[in-house]
Design a protein around this ligand. Sequence first.
Ligand SMILES: *Cc1c(COP(=O)(O)O)cnc(C)c1O
Length: 487
Amino acid sequence: MNDNIKQGATGLIMNEPLLWEKGKKGRIGFSLPEADVDAYPLDESLVGHGPDFPDLSEVDVVRHYTCLSQWNFGVDTGMYPLGSCTMKYNPKTNERQAALPGFANAHPLLPQEMAQGVLKMIYDLERCLADITGLDAVTVQPTAGAHGELCGMLIFDSYHKSRGEKRSKIIVPDTAHGTNPASAALCEMKPVAVKSNENGILEPERIAAIMDEDTAGIMVTNPNTLGLFEENIKAIAGIVHGKGGLVYGDGANMNAVMGIVDMGRIGIDVLHLNLHKTFSTPHGGGGPGTGPVCVKKHLEPFLPIPRVIKQDEMYALREDFPQSIGRLHAFYGNVGVMLKAYSYILSMGPENLKKVSQLAVLNANYIKEKLKSTFHLAYDRPCMHECVFSDKIQQANKISTLDVAKRLMDYGFHPPTIYFPLVVNGAIMVEPTETECREDIDRFIEAMKAVAKEAEQNPDLLRNAPVTPKLNRLDETSAARKPCLTG
Ligand SMILES: *Cc1c(COP(=O)(O)O)cnc(C)c1O
């Protein structure tokens, strides 16, 4: 095909030149009215000749960016079975509620009496999250899961200091999320690793062997990153509490247990949630998030300020909490994300939130059962929201997890999470979520089976996959080390 014809909208391969290549001298996007004052020439020695912007019409620019926007993949375009990340579909009504002008245009410096709606929303959302987790008090100020972990570790530190202690270690299992040890290290606590047992969960005896009075507590991801529920959590919490420590729960996987597990009753003292996973904010690409931190009553005095309180039917922001760890973010955090979560929780109601978790778990177990004879299943037991396979069977044909993931793109699926968690060699971690229907999940299963067959019959094809997208197998190391940013 002639290159000129290829440029523009020819089928799915839309080759799009840079704006500089598209521009043509004299084209204009819009016209300014004739100036009614004399022109004032700028000193060229100071400003140079100005930036080298191309001349473009409005339609040139609109088509350029619309075209680029279609070279993307997200939950709005297809299934995104990314383990450890809950990439589920987010209902659009929640975006609409967050965009209501009364909320969207509220300035953070409005006097409190003029921001009652926003304050009530934050107050009510904190109450809802306390109900959902079974804990007593909540802050929605942290803006990511890892930010919530940092908040939690600062609370641990302040709690121990309030009892005249400085503890320097924290227990972090090998099935924790990678951000856990990093957050602890930021608070000058040394992470002490502990291995999970042959069933992929924690063993109380192993915790008892390392828990001492210089250990601030434990960080447990539950369900863990193998998608398994930590069945011994109560016994473990008892051991940690017995030595004066605290239990941190990484609740980023709450999508599996809403309305089912009461985090307070299983012994968790501090827990973070990811509103941008479980509660209807799209994530990926570094957009705004919220990592609320929920605590038991005795840790409430340490929560960050300002806090939203209710007094005589009015809502107010208060800073007079002398034991607080202080501020973690400008103003009150990401209010737009809170609004989407509030809208999601109210529109679903308690029964449907529970159903979300039941369906998320059912879907993951369905995939696990359907694929476990095709791909090696690392831990063959009932899973929660995600299941972890590996490339052990495909290795016989020298096909790796990476080849399988790349080939799935040719079948129209975003690849699952790969090579994580580290406890499974060549891990392929699949989290379908509750928002995929049976037919789409079946299509995914068929695609995985087809790829496994190709691994036996045509391994070279897999090694060169993907073959249909605009770009094929990338040299990811060079792409990171020597980025070429001009296309
Ligand atoms: C995503 C995730 C985190 C980190 O959350 P961010 O918002 O990306 O900082 C922590 N723990 C678990 C289990 C997660 O899945």
